[in-house]
Design a protein around this ligand. Structure first.
Ligand SMILES: Nc1ncnc2c1ncn2[C@@H]1O[C@H](COP(=O)(O)OP(=O)(O)OP(=O)(O)O)[C@@H](O)[C@H]1O
Length: 266
């Protein structure tokens, strides 16, 4: 497999005004280097505030880096060229309902990226929307539904449809499964695995769930206070983690919950 995505010295600092004081600078991501191969799935793990969302947003082009570059197939991505980025790299958010426009039908929301990014005729665009709805397990009738008429699982399927409609090379997801109930979550994860096999898409996702990470990821990137502290295959990190934090993050959810419970009782 050749490198699809290469991240070089990517960093992000946020500055914000604090009353009359000088602007405060927060380092959300220290310079980071890693690469992703075609079809590979990378999980980003770390405690709250460790920089997972920042990294996901930088890759998807939703934030502009303070320094560094991202290369796709060896070609430098311009952080300000949103059109180039949104064709090749799409993002799925945690709040599927919140990321859909409540005033537009599902069909219209899926037609929009095609209108701006293809030279297809209206009939071709419509046909592609129907094919995409089917790919994500929705029905042609859903074209005329509004988001509130769908279940949370169906809303997440619409978000996935919107992510794959331009046939991107990479999908980035930020805690996209956290709010789904376990049976729907399993269906959505299986859908992503099927799409990945079908379309050869690489998948980069931030997650707190060791179960999901173990099930989905080929490699895991561990973040701690804005720094990448480990990056290796899932197998290597499960059997031979170098960092104590990696061990803790990859412990089963049950064990993590039990540990939290004991800590609160102390
Ligand atoms: N827009 C912003 N302005 C200022 N600081 C920010 C902004 N976004 C993130 N940060 C800070 O950057 C750091 C990393 O945040 P980030 O959201 O990437 O962490 P995270 O690992 O995704 O956390 P969580 O698991 O809670 O979502 C945090 O200290 C956060 O407060």
């Amino acid at each position: 497999m050749t490198d699809l995505l290469e991240v070089r010295n990517l960093s992000k600092y946020y500055s914000f005004k604090n009353g009359w004081l000088r602007p405060t600078r927060v380092c959300a991501l220290e310079p980071i280097n890693f690469s992703v191969k075609r079809g590979e799935t990378i999980a980003i793990m770390g405690e709250t505030g460790s920089g997972k969302s920042t990294l996901a947003k930088l890759i998807a082009g939703a934030e502009v880096p303070t320094s560094g570059e991202i290369y796709l197939n060896g070609e430098l991505l311009d952080p300000n060229n949103y059109q180039q980025r949104c064709r090749e790299i799409r993002m799925i958010f945690q709040d599927s309902f919140g990321s859909l426009n409540p005033q537009l039908t599902i069909g219209k929301q899926l037609l929009e990226p095609l209108r701006f990014n293809t030279a297809w005729t209206p009939a071709e665009r419509q046909e592609h929307v129907y094919v995409t709805l089917q790919k994500v397990g929705l029905l042609p009738d859903h074209f005329d539904f509004y988001p509130h008429m769908l279940s949370s699982g169906q809303q997440q399927r619409v978000c996935i449809a919107r992510a794959i409609i331009l046939e991107p090379q990479i999908i980035v997801a930020d805690e996209a499964f956290a709010s789904l109930d376990p049976s729907i979550r399993a269906q959505i994860i299986n859908l992503i695995l099927d799409l990945q096999e079908d379309m050869g898409i690489s998948f980069i996702f931030a997650s707190h769930s060791p179960e999901i990470v173990r099930h989905l990821a080929d490699k895991i990137l561990i973040m701690h206070r804005g720094k990448m502290i480990e990056f290796d295959s899932t197998q290597a990190l499960l059997t031979n983690p170098k960092e104590q934090l990696t061990k803790i993050l990859l412990q089963s959810e049950q064990l993590n919950k039990a540990l939290k419970h004991t800590t609160t009782q102390e």
